[in-house]
Design a protein around this ligand. Structure first.
Ligand SMILES: Cc1cc2nc3c(=O)[nH]c(=O)nc-3n(C[C@H](O)[C@H](O)[C@H](O)COP(=O)(O)O)c2cc1C
Length: 192
């Protein structure tokens, strides 16, 4: 039987409860409703305290090394960050500083972010997209930015936000399924 698609999600929320976590979870749930997937959701509220100023991967706790391995083996990566000072928090960047620079080439990445103000919605385009362009990832055209007012009790509570999530999921699914296509170099040619 073929392996299920591997969806890895990273929530950069640094507190609990977290709207960023809720947003990332809602995107993951949307994908899982439409496609059989194996999911790993990484929460930086937990991990950030373990990575501190560490720059060497082999100096990290085994649990964090396993999370980095998971990120690098994703068929689809979903990332979410709270907006801090019009960008992602430094600890979010530090987590991705530890990811192999060749570990996300051609991986589809669905970008999401939360913020207090919709005036900072371009954090998706001006902060997240350039970061994953560095990794040569396939950043998906549609990301999701959500404002605090669209959550209630740290859950998605706005129909408009849910519709944006649904659209991003719908547009992401073909990229996920595309990952199972047989790469040309694996086609076997038999000698006559
Ligand atoms: C240090 C700090 C800086 C922030 N800077 C911004 C900002 O520049 N723009 C914005 O829209 N929201 C800003 N916010 C609000 C958060 O992005 C917002 O409340 C977000 O939903 C928090 O996500 P969380 O619930 O996952 O922690 C800031 C919050 C904090 C704590």
């Amino acid at each position: 039987m073929s392996q299920p698609f591997k969806v890895v999600a990273v929530s950069g929320g640094l507190q609990r409860p977290s709207r960023t976590y809720a947003l990332v979870q809602a995107v993951v749930d949307g994908i899982a409703r439409k496609q059989a997937v194996e999911v790993e959701l990484i929460e930086l509220a937990e991990t950030s305290q373990l990575i501190g100023g560490t720059l060497r991967r082999d100096a990290l706790p085994a649990s964090v090394q396993a999370q980095l391995d998971a990120v690098e083996s994703a068929d689809l990566l979903i990332v979410g960050t709270p907006t801090f000072r019009a960008s992602y928090p430094g600890l979010f960047k530090h987590f991705f500083d530890l990811v192999d620079q060749n570990g996300l080439i051609d991986v589809p990445v669905l970008l999401t972010a939360t913020g207090g103000s919709s005036r900072h919605a371009l954090v998706l385009e001006q902060a997240l997209r350039p970061l994953f362009s560095f990794f040569q990832s396939l950043t998906l055209p549609i990301g999701v930015f959500a404002t605090d007012a669209e959550f209630r009790d740290y859950q998605v509570a706005d129909a408009g936000l849910q519709a944006r999530i649904d659209l991003a999921v719908e547009r992401a699914l073909p990229w996920l399924r595309h990952r199972t296509g047989t790469p040309p170099q694996l086609v076997q040619v038999r000698a006559a």
